[in-house]
Design a protein around this ligand. Structure first.
Ligand SMILES: Nc1nc2c(ncn2[C@@H]2O[C@H](COP(=O)(O)OP(=O)(O)O)[C@@H](O)[C@H]2O)c(=O)[nH]1
Ligand SMILES: [Mg+2]
Ligand SMILES: [Zn+2]
Length: 322
């Protein structure tokens, strides 16, 4: 791999004596607290604490320096925290943009699993679409999970998933409580690195707990017997699945700002809207009450769901794509 060779070249060019002595170890970040990282060393069954320093080589100046899922090198010495010597280039990432800077949630993941719920909290199609597109554009395969299916009527979950069934992504209804859909979800996740993303309260941590026996990831449950308040995920954490693969559980976000989605993303994630728009009278139709717009008819016929059109228009309008 060319990239690995380039890193080696950099390492030997300005390596400290300790690095030359061979005390440099490799590992993956499983949790981050400020400049401190909990790292799982390669081929070792333990965790070590490391610290990001000014001297740490970071190959992505425009992004969050250190996130869960990052592969790192560190200088193992007498006492922790060990110094991070290098954060490796990321092969993929889930990120949102804030001005020019990328805020990265998780790195080096295969699947961007967007968790939503139908009720408690309500399904938010615009947030879901943003996450799906951000996942794809960060190099992940998006997956949609609608959790809390136990709170829904028989056809409600299917109806919710219907527009997404037309996309080239996996979409599954689950219940962390009843176990519904968990076998199918396990098959999707097996052997891959995933990130669970989505708004707070949809059941991300509950699903992680349901998939990993004996794990006690913090959930929003009121701790009745201890009388303590709500425990929620406040930082991203990486867990290994007993069936192979791993998951990064993330705290919920209220909003998810995005840069301009690529034209291909709009075609991939809004195929029914792009198809209906073929029948608009003008090719530059904005689908916002223009003369000869085909979208109102497509909505009346059921080919396009109004929430999907609203989501599309928000993305396109904010991003300035026409
Ligand atoms: N009925 C029902 N409740 C669930 C389900 N999954 C999670 N919950 C509840 O939803 C609340 C939030 O769950 P949590 O896992 O903390 O959500 P997170 O913020 O996405 O990690 C908790 O009270 C859970 O017990 C589910 O499948 N069905
Ligand atoms: Mg959580
Ligand atoms: Zn139109």
């Amino acid at each position: 791999m060319l990239r690995g060779r380039e890193n080696e070249a950099v390492l030997s060019a300005d390596a400290s004596t300790a690095e030359l002595r061979g005390d440099v170890r490799e590992g993956q970040v499983v949790a981050v607290r400020g400049p401190l990282a909990v790292v799982a060393p390669q081929n070792e069954d333990r965790l070590v604490e490391c610290v990001l320093r000014k001297s740490t080589r970071v190959p992505h100046p425009q992004s969050t320096a250190l996130v869960v899922g990052d592969f790192v090198s560190y200088l193992s010495g007498a006492a922790e925290p060990y110094t991070l010597t290098e954060v490796k280039p990321r092969r993929s990432r889930l990120a949102r943009t804030r001005e020019e800077e990328e805020q990265v949630t998780a790195a080096n993941v295969d699947l961007g699993v967007i968790i939503a719920s139908a009720v408690e909290p309500h399904f938010k199609p615009r947030l879901v679409d943003r996450y799906l597109i951000a996942a794809r554009e960060g190099g992940l395969d998006p997956v949609l999970v609608v959790n809390k299916a136990d709170l829904l009527g028989e056809n409600e979950a299917a109806e919710l998933l219907e527009p997404y069934g037309r996309l080239s992504i996996e979409a599954v209804a689950t219940s962390a409580t009843s176990g519904m859909g968990l076998e199918r979800l396990t098959e999707i996740l097996r052997g891959k690195t995933s990130v669970f993303a989505g708004q707070s309260g949809v059941g991300k941590s509950s699903l992680v707990n349901a998939l990993i026996p004996d794990l006690d990831a913090k959930t929003g449950e009121i701790q009745g017997h201890t009388g303590k308040g709500r425990h929620t995920t406040t930082a991203s954490t990486l867990y290994r699945f007993p069936f192979g693969g791993s998951v990064i559980d993330t705290p919920g976000v209220r909003s998810f700002a995005m840069g301009q989605p690529a034209e291909e993303s709009l075609h991939e994630f809004f195929p029914e809207i792009m198809a209906a728009a073929q029948n608009c009278k003008f090719s530059n139709c904005s689908h916002q009450g223009d003369a000869g717009c085909a979208l109102p008819a497509a909505i009346r016929s059921g080919a396009v769901h109004p929430d999907r059109l609203e989501s599309y228009l928000t993305l396109v309008h904010r991003a300035g794509v026409r």
